[in-house]
Ligand binder design. Structure first.
Ligand SMILES: CC(C)(COP(=O)(O)OP(=O)(O)OC[C@H]1O[C@@H](n2cnc3c(N)ncnc32)[C@H](O)[C@@H]1OP(=O)(O)O)[C@@H](O)C(=O)NCCC(=O)NCCS
Length: 144
């Protein structure tokens, strides 16, 4: 059974493993632990029969929310799970009276750009050479 729920600290080990399957420059377990400790951080996981198969993390500060990462296990893609993770974060954002969400995405990440555009995000700027390999980041925003 697939379920979407708020993250807990005991998910972090599984999240860090999934992260290595989803990103070329993965966060380490200690990075997730640091973010988990921040009062402004909120996270959501999607699990199948208790196994974490996707996650998304954001910080919310006053009217602004920033989505830090969204990932779904390669075996579970194109089933609408990332959209469910974004919807959970958006609900949380609204409950905290956030007015807009931001995120950065690699210019080469067509699947993520398509996910965000389909979810109502619009490109507002470009951060040149934002990533370690020199790639630019698109900054995208959605008003809530
Ligand atoms: C990007 C990612 C999170 C999408 O997860 P997902 O669960 O497959 O996404 P969904 O099934 O919810 O897709 C929602 C929409 O996004 C778009 N999309 C998702 N994957 C796509 C792909 N490979 N190609 C084109 N469009 C894609 C589609 O519009 C899709 O809607 P549709 O299936 O009805 O056409 C996933 O591919 C992933 O984990 N990638 C690696 C990590 C990453 O790049 N994260 C984003 C960092 S900014």
């Amino acid at each position: 059974m697939i379920a979407v729920r708020e993250w807990s600290q005991k998910d972090i080990g599984e999240i860090a493993v999934l992260e290595t399957q989803c990103f070329s420059d993965p966060w380490k377990e200690k990075d997730f632990q640091s973010v988990y400790g921040l009062p402004i951080a909120h996270g959501v996981v999607v699990e199948e029969d208790g196994k974490v198969i996707g996650y998304a993390i954001a910080t919310f500060l006053f009217e602004d929310g920033e989505i830090l990462n969204v990932a779904v296990s390669p075996n579970y893609r194109r089933q609408g799970l990332a959209k469910r993770l974004l919807a959970w974060l958006e609900e949380r954002a609204k409950s905290l009276n956030a007015e807009r969400l931001f995120l950065e995405v690699r210019v080469s990440n067509d699947s993520a750009k398509s996910l965000y555009a389909g979810y109502g995000f619009e490109q507002i700027s470009v951060r040149k050479k934002y990533y370690e390999n020199g790639e630019d980041a698109l900054v995208m925003q959605k008003n809530l």
